[in-house]
Design a protein around this ligand. Sequence first.
Ligand SMILES: *[C@@H]1O[C@H](CO)[C@@H](O)[C@H](O)[C@H]1NC(C)=O
Ligand SMILES: *[C@@H]1O[C@H](CO)[C@@H](O)[C@H](O)[C@H]1NC(C)=O
Ligand SMILES: *[C@@H]1O[C@H](CO)[C@@H](O)[C@H](O)[C@H]1NC(C)=O
Ligand SMILES: *[C@@H]1O[C@H](CO)[C@@H](O)[C@H](O)[C@H]1NC(C)=O
Ligand SMILES: *[C@@H]1O[C@H](CO)[C@@H](O)[C@H](O)[C@H]1NC(C)=O
Ligand SMILES: *[C@@H]1O[C@H](CO)[C@@H](O)[C@H](O)[C@H]1NC(C)=O
Ligand SMILES: *[C@@H]1O[C@H](CO)[C@@H](O)[C@H](O)[C@H]1NC(C)=O
Length: 411
Amino acid sequence: MSLLVLILASAGLLQAANSHSVPRVNTAAVIDFVIPKTKLNFAQNNVSAKWAPGYPKAWGSESFNYQFNEPSPDDVFGSVVTEDEKYLALFNGSHVKFIDLDTNATASTFSLRVPDGNVAQTLTLRPASKGGYDVFTTGARYRYDYAAFTVRQYIGPDLQPVGPPITYEGGIGAISKQGKLASPYGYIYDLETTSDAPVATLDGQPDITDLSFAPDGVHLATVSWHEQTADLWNATSGEKIFTFPATKAQNWATRFSPDGKYIAIVVGSGNMTVQIYTLSNLTAAPLEIKGFNDWPRQLDWSPTSQQMIIGDNGRLRIFNIPSAEVVQTWQVDVREYVYNPVDTKWFDNGSKLTWVWRDGRYLYDFDKNVEWLWTVRNTDHSWGSSRFSLLKKRDYAVTHDGDSTVRFWKI
Ligand SMILES: *[C@@H]1O[C@H](CO)[C@@H](O)[C@H](O)[C@H]1NC(C)=O
Ligand SMILES: *[C@@H]1O[C@H](CO)[C@@H](O)[C@H](O)[C@H]1NC(C)=O
Ligand SMILES: *[C@@H]1O[C@H](CO)[C@@H](O)[C@H](O)[C@H]1NC(C)=O
Ligand SMILES: *[C@@H]1O[C@H](CO)[C@@H](O)[C@H](O)[C@H]1NC(C)=O
Ligand SMILES: *[C@@H]1O[C@H](CO)[C@@H](O)[C@H](O)[C@H]1NC(C)=O
Ligand SMILES: *[C@@H]1O[C@H](CO)[C@@H](O)[C@H](O)[C@H]1NC(C)=O
Ligand SMILES: *[C@@H]1O[C@H](CO)[C@@H](O)[C@H](O)[C@H]1NC(C)=O
């Protein structure tokens, strides 16, 4: 296939492309897909990242793909590849289907329904400690509402539902490795039991915007946008351990570092600051990272806790922690407001990083200084959110794309 690539450097075109379907561009040439030009690409030793051979690639050139029902902009769709790379789970708003990735056969289909008068939203999976999985969906009255509840169905190692589904109040704020679910309503549920009653309640904190568990499963950080608060709790007792100094701003997100040493708080409003507190010395002034060109909306710790990726308008930067030095930058080549990268995630023990900008899914390899991009063609439409899986044993990248399609790409 010969691909002529349109370099999208004009902000006008970019705005037009916002509508989630890339504009048809009338030229004599066949333009297959759109690649944003970068002002700065991730680089190593001052050498800019190179495309992996054959990349960028567009939807339609994947090795194979999966859909549940015929994709439609009104559909509910969710998909997850299990951590052991054995199954692909698909959700269509009322049913979950597990596909065995060795045989490509359907291993199980069961219903996962939300109470009448509500709409299901997401699919979340957790390997259960006794084998099998907890399968979750959140739901609300309307599809884009803040999740009002979470439905959990336990399935055994044979992927068949065991017992009735359990409904919790509030969406999924965070799930600890120890099996506690913290909802943004301030309830802590124990997923190792079949009780729908909370085991702890964060007193006086019903309006949480984001939550993050420490690896010990006890310390829980929360922030509130409306109430402009940031707190540290004991998730076992529900007691407040510490109230962070007032930010006087809409706090947007919080993330414990994977080693449990640091708590990052994203301060929104006009401040555009990331504060990093040290758990062992909460009263010490936080490290503050400033100078963002917009609210830092994406933030993710590297698995070593020594780096943090923070995204703002059209840009991703990697900071060393605690020096706050910028070590690598990726930035699209446009001056105006152009969207923040989303869904950043480190893979492969921190040697790879993925993100989405517009409808393009990127992957960067730090060791090889190589980059992949999977993106829409100008005829494609996208209406949902996106996920990424890297199948190390099978050598596939999997893009869970916004057109209710899961694409497998041999890499
Ligand atoms: C990196 O390259 C740029 C442009 O080629 C140059 O201006 C800069 O001095 C180089 N930096 C280092 C550390 O070599
Ligand atoms: C598995 O089945 C799906 C859906 O029927 C199909 O699109 C795909 O090509 C198959 N994949 C493999 C690896 O056989
Ligand atoms: C989901 O798929 C199942 C099984 O194919 C089907 O019976 C059901 O109607 C679908 N649900 C929705 C909401 O489309
Ligand atoms: C959390 O609460 C539990 C139960 O009250 C208590 O045993 C534990 O010591 C507390 N841990 C911290 C870190 O406060
Ligand atoms: C955020 O901005 C407000 C208003 O300018 C200010 O009062 C507050 O101290 C700032 N907070 C931080 C953490 O910088
Ligand atoms: C906590 O931080 C403060 C301020 O930086 C410092 O004076 C104090 O010695 C630290 N305490 C401990 C236990 O490290
Ligand atoms: C992951 O990375 C860390 C530090 O970069 C290294 O010490 C560790 O051995 C790596 N683990 C694996 C499984 O590769």
